[in-house]
Design a protein around this ligand. Structure first.
Ligand SMILES: [Zn+2]
Length: 197
């Protein structure tokens, strides 16, 4: 009888433990506790009232301190992602992982992605992942709702070599050039059709 009671108590305690571990964490901006994503929830709700900067160049300069080809490249990729994945700036419907060596100027791309999409590191819908060298730089973007493909934005290696270690006096020229170049000369977009994550 006593051992049966111990088994019963053990089962209850284990059950509570499993429940606590699997209960979904708080989702910022969400009224849907069953949502699996723990970052910002996308959509046109009161948590997402940001406004796209009218002058992206000034906004990069204001936020980042300088405009350089690496952050303009991030901005171009962000804008392309909004278009390709059918969403708008600041709606937080995209999840972005930026794979770069964790040093400047490569990491400057991340701030361009912020200005280009409205996503931020603090809202967990833009994350940095470290890679060992410039040839492995890519940006992986998909919709949080799991619809549509996963897109890999792979900068052209020749272009990355062109902007590697820019001199301060070249920043403006390289940045303007990046803003005006044909998208396909800057990066390739690979589509991966996959199951919902
Ligand atoms: Zn920079």
């Amino acid at each position: 009888m006593k051992s049966a009671l111990i088994i019963l108590v053990t089962v209850i305690i284990c059950g509570l433990g499993v429940g606590a571990l699997t209960y979904p964490g708080h989702v910022f901006g969400s009224s849907d506790e069953d949502h699996h994503f723990v970052g910002a929830v996308g959509g046109d709700n009161s948590y997402n009232r940001g406004q796209e900067p009218e002058d992206w160049w000034s906004e990069i300069k204001h936020m980042h301190g300088h405009v350089g080809p690496w952050n303009v490249l991030g901005w171009r990729i962000g804008q392309a992602a909004l278009r390709e994945l059918d969403t708008k700036w600041g709606l937080h419907e995209l999840d972005i992982i930026c794979y770069v060596p964790i040093k400047t100027p490569y990491s400057c791309m991340a701030d361009g992605l912020v200005i280009g999409t409205g996503n931020t590191i603090g809202r967990l819908d833009l994350r940095l992942a470290e890679v060992a060298c410039m040839d492995l730089i890519q940006v992986c973007i998909h919709r949080k709702d799991g619809t549509g493909p996963v897109l890999i934005f792979q900068p052209r290696p020749t272009y990355l070599r062109h902007i590697d270690a820019p001199k301060p006096e070249e920043l403006e020229k390289l940045s303007r050039e990046c803003g005006n170049m044909k998208e396909s000369d800057l990066f390739e977009i690979r589509r991966i059709t996959t199951l919902k994550i």
